[in-house]
Write a protein that binds this ligand. Structure first.
Ligand code: HEC
Ligand code: HEC
Ligand code: HEC
Ligand code: HEC
Length: 251
């Protein structure tokens, strides 16, 4: 954990008081304990996404206390005067949406909230047909983030004859579907409840805690670290040791 997360010059002291390793006085130790639980949860309960490849602290942290790719709620600037409404972070070119004019925070609705990721209703009549233009714009924002985080284009997951249809789609779309639910689950059940544990200087403009998106693990690769099997050597982190004939025989 020290080499995965702590700054080299601090090592153990980044989380511990050396006079008493059992003491919980540093916030980093409290966060680290919850992170151990989160990593176990990913490796055990999100196998439809991470399979036996799994994750360790390094998948997100890469030797840094703060992972390179995190997100905060955007502090949307209103138009010139407030009565013209919220421009929803549009025309504020942001890296997450590849500098397009799409809303610059597609994460709050989809990776924290559970809005429908849709561009249109499925029926002509209003009942069940309440998809808004905003939802469509957020959807394209999220899709742009997903593509750039994995270093792929839309056809990696979609049959572009119809983006709505699941027919004839590559299996990666289903993996991605679980990835969206997993990121939402991690943000809601692990990151947000740590809000009061983090000091103010680690939080966003709106006082929210740093959160996870596809890029936190993937960092531009179709599989994090190009598919290196991260968890297998760490059963304490919920990693599944691959059962080979030799290990079975030796038991
Ligand atoms: C990223 C934070 C972090 C770093 C760095 C870290 N630890 Fe820990 N350490 C923890 C956490 C969290 C626990 C408690 C686990 C629990 O209670 O479930 C712990 C527990 C311990 C314990 C057991 C204390 C007890 O309760 O009896 C010892 C001993 C310990 N660490 C030593 C070290 C040493 C030595 C290093 C440096 C090589 C180190 N730790 C680096 C987070 C860290
Ligand atoms: C899914 C990605 C992910 C994994 C896996 C993960 N972390 Fe984190 N971690 C985060 C995010 C996001 C933050 C919030 C960043 C911040 O501190 O502002 C964070 C913050 C931390 C912090 C506080 C850093 C600071 O200086 O504020 C510690 C300590 C930490 N993690 C330890 C761990 C340990 C130990 C593991 C493995 C057992 C681990 N993390 C696994 C995403 C992850
Ligand atoms: C990594 C896989 C992946 C990539 C890459 C991807 N998508 Fe998606 N897309 C999905 C998944 C999964 C859903 C369904 C989300 C859900 O229902 O939760 C979806 C849904 C959509 C929808 C909504 C369809 C509906 O039912 O209304 C549109 C439109 C869309 N994607 C367009 C795109 C575009 C355009 C790109 C390229 C910029 C793209 N996608 C890239 C996986 C992907
Ligand atoms: C906690 C870390 C983590 C997060 C967050 C994460 N992924 Fe993944 N993802 C993985 C791991 C690990 C694999 C490799 C699984 C394997 O080897 O089959 C993977 C594999 C995938 C694959 C399959 C690639 C292939 O070619 O088989 C897709 C697609 C994917 N992720 C999309 C996403 C999307 C979209 C998001 C965000 C909504 C996301 N992931 C968030 C860890 C993560």
């Amino acid at each position: 954990m020290s080499s995965w997360v702590a700054p080299a010059e601090q090592g153990c002291l980044y989380c511990h008081n050396p006079a008493n390793f059992a003491e919980d006085s540093k916030y980093t130790k409290l966060v680290a304990r919850r992170m151990v639980e989160m990593t176990r949860h990913i490796n055990k309960d999100w196998q439809p996404h991470v399979s036996a490849t799994g994750v360790t602290c390094y998948t997100c942290h890469r030797g840094q206390p703060v992972p390179k790719e995190i997100w905060f709620k955007a502090n949307h600037q209103p138009y010139g005067s407030n009565f013209m409404g919220d421009k929803a972070g549009q025309n504020e070119p942001a890296k997450v949406v590849n500098l397009s004019s799409l809303p610059n925070d597609p994460f709050t609705p989809f990776l924290l909230g559970a809005q429908n990721i849709r561009v249109g209703g499925t029926t002509a009549l209003p009942a069940g047909n309440n998809q808004s233009i905003k939802q469509a714009e957020w959807t394209y924002g999220l899709m742009t983030h997903m593509s750039t985080s994995l270093g792929v284009n839309c056809t990696y997951c979609h049959n572009t004859q119809s983006f709505v249809s699941w027919k004839g789609n590559p299996p990666q779309r289903a993996t991605a579907w679980y990835g969206i639910r997993m990121a939402r689950d991690l943000n809601k059940d692990y990151m947000e409840p740590l809000t009061d544990t983090f000091p103010a200087h680690r939080k966003g403009e709106l006082g929210d805690v740093a959160k996870v998106n596809c890029a936190t693990c993937h960092q531009g690769a179709y599989k994090p670290l190009n598919g290196a099997k991260m968890a297998k050597d760490f059963p304490e982190l919920g990693g599944q040791t691959e059962v080979t004939s030799t290990t079975v025989a030796s038991k």
